[in-house]
Design a protein around this ligand. Structure first.
Ligand code: 5AD
Ligand code: SF4
Length: 464
């Protein structure tokens, strides 16, 4: 059973929230947050924003006018880390001009010794740093800074779950719903298990309760989040798996779509696809990262499936849900990847015909096994492979998008678009982006619309 943060521990954090709210009373303080990385980080930031709001802060989009600035960071690739350091670095002037501003850093980078040391040494403008495990302790940590402690660093913590934290969600009809935290897979390139700890699942009744609250509040698209949602429940000892959870959540009354991410092919099963096919509110969309089409690379990545097993999964999903939208993650240039290995990745991409791909150049992460693997390919080789992959995928996307021409689809209107001709954005059940025109709807409406034209990145439609 996963450890849940006790009521007393949480209660003490609410006491700090109240104490800070009294200190802030009448001061009209503003808070700015910036999130790097994945949806889990976005969901975490929403909890911090919820706590900040209860402390009396109003949110601002402009760091220059903020009294409290937070960066929620990502460590999955070097580029994300560099951007975070760049952002913090550029705030040193602001801190000189307004020394009372509090600059904080949290998230995956803050869970790593090497980054913490670097911040301590070279970024004196950061006065608060806390890791992913200390998120629920944010009120007491901020209180320490506000009451005079010069720098507060907390990277300790257990693999636990905190229920009932405040939350301030982004505007619009979409919401994140975390169903589990952490990862046990230890893919050899990935830093996540080191910074987010072991897998722990929330209890199904807590998840259902939150879903019901979201539906009552008017949310229309709920994305269930976890590093590897397919292993949901393994730690609970309750005889419930992810397919069961989907069925349970599908029974919640209301008109909404359920999505989920991310799935791991080794745990995705025919049982899951049966549940998806049979649950009317579960969107027929699957993000199933395969990373590489070469069995040798998959073995060295510790992915625990073969390309043939992956193909079989996709075939099963398509048999059960012929219109399913598929997306995947791919890493190009993993240490030791040969031209032949890469050709197998290209072949898989061409065979499956994904609607969307997220392609990454391998980035060595200190502390992961792959960081010490021998690597023969030059950066130029890797770049060339990367560009070939993008080109192949662009052609696939163009033809898949074109096939939507003239179709009538159900869409969820989710925002405003830039151009005047199609003033709204919407999503298909498969999560494809659509720009829409027409009358008699608002953000948050489900509408029927006809696709008029298509491009690589967007479909264009009018409401029927
Ligand atoms: N280098 C490049 N890409 C990575 N990913 C994870 N770790 C690395 C790394 N070290 C990619 C994987 C994963 C996605 C979220 O990020 O493709 O699925
Ligand atoms: Fe990283 Fe693999 Fe876990 Fe995904 S499943 S978070 S790639 S270790």
């Amino acid at each position: 059973m996963p450890v849940t943060v006790s009521d007393e521990q949480l209660q003490s954090q609410f006491t700090y929230i109240d104490a800070i709210a009294s200190m802030n009373n009448g001061k009209q303080l503003r808070a700015y947050t910036h999130t790097f990385g994945c949806q889990q980080n976005e969901a975490d930031t929403e909890h911090i924003r919820g706590m900040l709001r209860e402390m009396g802060y109003t949110m601002t989009e402009d760091a220059n006018e903020a009294d409290f600035i937070l960066f929620n960071t990502c460590a999955v690739r070097e580029h994300a880390e560099d951007r975070a350091f760049g952002n913090i670095g550029s705030l040193s002037h602001l801190k000189k001009r307004r020394p009372e501003v509090i600059i904080a850093l949290c998230g995956c980078m803050a869970q790593q010794e090497k980054n913490v040391e670097k911040i301590k040494r070279s970024y004196p403008q950061v006065s608060l740093l806390f890791g992913t495990h200390a998120l629920w302790r944010f009120p007491s940590l901020l209180y320490r800074v506000l009451t005079g402690e010069k720098r507060v660093f907390d990277i300790n913590g257990e693999d636990d779950i905190a229920e009932g934290l405040p939350v301030l969600r982004a505007q619009g009809p979409k919401a994140w719903l975390s169903i589990m935290y952490g990862c046990n897979n230890f893919c050899t390139y990935c830093i996540v298990p080191y910074v987010r700890g072991r897998e722990r699942s929330r209890r199904p009744e807590e998840i259902e309760k939150e879903l019901r609250e979201l539906i009552t509040a008017g949310y229309k698209e709920i994305t269930l989040l976890g590093q590897n949602v397919n292993s949901y429940g393994k730690d609970l000892g309750l005889d419930i798996d992810f397919a069961d959870l989907l069925r349970r959540l599908n029974a919640v009354p209301g008109d909404f779509w359920l999505r989920f991410m991310t799935s791991h092919p080794k745990d995705a099963s025919p049982r899951l696809f049966d549940a998806m096919a049979q649950c009317d509110k579960v969107a027929k969309q699957l993000h199933l990262p395969f990373q590489s089409g070469s069995d040798e690379i998959l073995r060295r990545m510790n992915r625990r499936y073969t390309a043939a097993e992956y193909r079989a999964l996709i075939a099963d999903a398509r048999t059960k849900m012929p219109d399913i939208t598929l997306s995947s993650d791919i890493i190009v240039g993993f240490p030791g990847e040969t031209e032949q290995d890469f050709e197998q990745t290209l072949q898989l991409v061409e065979d499956v015909q994904f609607d969307l791909l997220f392609t990454f150049l391998y980035s060595p992460r200190t502390g992961t096994p792959a960081a010490s693997y021998e690597d023969n390919a030059t950066p130029q080789d890797k770049q060339r492979r990367f560009e070939r992959l993008l080109k192949v995928q662009d052609e696939i996307v163009a033809s898949r998008q074109a096939a939507y021409q003239g179709k009538t689809l159900r869409l969820l209107v989710d925002g405003t678009a830039k151009g005047p001709d199609y003033p709204f954005t919407a999503r298909t059940e498969g999560n494809l982006l659509v720009c829409v025109r027409g009358e008699g709807f608002e953000i948050g409406s489900f509408i029927e619309a006809k696709i008029e034209k298509t491009s690589l990145r967007c479909l264009f439609a009018h409401k029927l």
